[in-house]
Design a protein around this ligand. Sequence first.
Ligand code: SF4
Length: 276
Amino acid sequence: MTLADFVAQNHAIAPQRQATPLGNTAWASTFAGEVRMVIEDAARRAPRSQQVHLGPSEIGVACDRQVAWKLLGLPAVNKISDPWPSIVGTAVHAWLDKAFAADSERFQAQHGFPRWLPERRVYPHPEHSGTADVYGILETAVIDWKVQGDSAQEKLRRDGPGRQYRTQLLLYGLGYRLLGLPVTRVVLVSLPPTKSTLDQIYVWEHTLTPADDVFLVEIFRELEQRKAWAAAIRSGAANLYDVPATTENDHCYFCNWFRPQSARDGGFGCPGSTPR
Ligand code: SF4
């Protein structure tokens, strides 16, 4: 059986999530379901959801299986995670990009040079480009916006960014350096998605050191191993489930292939910490 046959056969048995629309009447409840369907469908069709390209935001993912499956372009089967946080995040990014571009133009009119470089494509690796949020010219800093709920921001305040975000920031920093711009520090700006105030803004920054480049060399070595897994699966030398999986359940929740039922029904998907 080819990989494409395997996926087509097993993808069909992924269960649909039961939505619970709310409304004051039966009509309103039904209409809430319609609204939700349009939003979810648009989110699924968004270029970001459909991209097969592995970008800087995913290269530092701890799970070999998640990255190898992404490289294979396997269809997402996670019906648990909700698209709403990502929709809010995309909207906030678009708003901030305009706001910082406008601020930069005003600054340039006064001082003759821009204050910020807004969103742009950077190439920290020839095959893995990404869109970096903003570069602060006065700070020589690469800045990334994160729209984070309470628990994610608490974790950031307590431990700093995890491996995935740290890698993403360093890759954007490398991307700007390869464009010929100086990068003194990388900065993560955490913004609250649901608060009615900006009081909960939190900034984490890191001044670049030579150790960061050593870390990125290790990340690129790991990436090559994951590509080797993907190639082995394509050629039939390895099975999808041969690729080692992490057991970090909180990360699995957001993984495109998280489907706990797959441990019981044997269908396509990854059960996370449950072996199969
Ligand atoms: S569900 Fe979890 S263990 Fe499975 S591929 Fe995704 S991140 Fe890895």
